[in-house]
Design a protein around this ligand. Structure first.
Ligand code: F6P
Length: 350
């Protein structure tokens, strides 16, 4: 059997651990030949691929990013510029019997469409945002949460020393999972999520009460959070991207909203791509390895059109059609939201 592997969408800690596990398991258990497609689906169009041999993937477990490269703007099925036929020509030329696609929602959607053209596909979920449907965790999330937690520890030092309000902005797109878990791990005083539009007067009153008691305030806000009745804060639009909106800058927007209402100085820090970079945590290395191994098992069993998922700490698989185009957001009554409220963390809403 000849299997292709690609990584699509943004980079993420743990991608190399998946590539390693898929390759080693397929070679050891099926005697398969494995080919890495470079820069995601773009590699199928630009015809960039190379053989992946066990000795090449042996040392990449702890490396961040992806040794195959990735692309988050390439959709071979783009309306008005459908190049999926050319991609399939290259698949046939390479002689691929199957493709393992590692990526987020966009990658799963494209993989599902290739399946419709007759290419047997298995998906592996990747996103630091942890917002894919049907999997309780995606690798990369734990690493991102660790970065947020450490950043909050560092920001607290300045908050306390100067009596300031310090705001840290996390990634997460339209879901608040990174801000919620990272904020709780880092002991944030207030956590603001996209799912719970905040009341700025309420947040200001909370900070003033802390000022009155001589305290500083540490706020963790998700990039997709917004004040009640206010629009999302966008950092840019990328016209040729399947999802053209890039979020970012809400921490500074909140800073400017809060400053006139407070006596203490308000400062904002955008954590940005530091959350996606660097080496995966031990948890993510293990999860990514489990996902890669399970993907290889799906290939071995010829269970096509499935995405690996984690449910109740078991690796299972779900139909790609169930995942494509959907996302998972923080429910208002989630246990961690309740715990946050219960210990007095301000969420910006009653
Ligand atoms: O989906 C992962 C993610 O890191 C989001 O949290 C973030 O909004 C987005 O990707 C950033 O994408 P880019 O690297 O294209 O700016």
């Amino acid at each position: 059997m000849h299997v292709g592997i690609l990584t699509g969408g943004g980079d993420c800690p743990g991608l190399n651990a998946v590539i390693r596990a898929v390759t080693l398991a397929l070679v050891r258990e099926c005697g398969a030949r494995v080919t890495g497609i470079e820069r995601g689906f773009q590699g199928l169009l630009t015809r960039h691929a190379r053989p992946l041999l066990p000795h090449e993937v042996a040392g990449i477990l702890a490396e961040g990013g992806t040794v195959l490269g990735t692309h988050n703007r390439c959709d071979p099925f783009a309306a008005g510029d459908d190049r999926s036929g050319a991609a399939m020509d290259y698949v046939r030329e390479l002689g691929l019997d199957a493709l393992v696609a590692i990526g987020g929602d966009g990658t799963m959607t494209i993989a599902h469409r290739f399946e419709g053209l007759g290419l047997p596909v298995v998906g592996v979920p990747k996103t630091i945002d942890n917002d894919l449907q049907h999997t309780e965790r995606s690798f990369g999330f734990d690493s991102a949460v660790a970065v947020v937690s450490e950043a909050l520890d560092r920001l607290r030092t300045t908050a306390r020393s100067h009596g300031r309000v310090m705001i840290a902005e996390t990634m997460g797109r339209y879901a608040g999972w990174i801000a919620l878990e990272g904020g709780m791990a880092g002991g944030a005083d207030a956590i603001l999520l996209p799912e719970l539009p905040y009341d700025v007067d309420r947040v200001a009153a909370y900070c003033r009460a802390r000022e009155a008691g001589g305290g500083s305030t540490l706020i963790c806000i998700a990039e997709g959070a917004h004040g009640r009745g206010r629009a999302l804060t966008l950092s840019q639009r990328i016209a040729d991207s399947p999802d053209p909106l890039r979020l970012g800058g809400v921490a500074h927007a909140l800073q400017h909203q809060l400053q006139p209402l407070l006596a203490s100085e308000v400062r904002a820090t955008v954590l940005g791509h530091t959350q996606r970079g660097g080496s995966p945590t031990a948890y993510d290395r293990v999860l990514a390895t489990r996902f890669g191994y399970h993907a290889a098992q799906l290939v071995k069993a010829r269970r096509w059109g499935r995405m690996v998922a984690l449910q109740g700490d078991h690796c299972v698989s779900v139909a790609l059609s169930e995942v494509a185009g959907r996302s998972r957001r923080v429910p208002a009554d989630h246990a961690l939201v309740q715990a946050a409220r219960g210990i007095g963390v301000e969420l910006g809403v009653a």
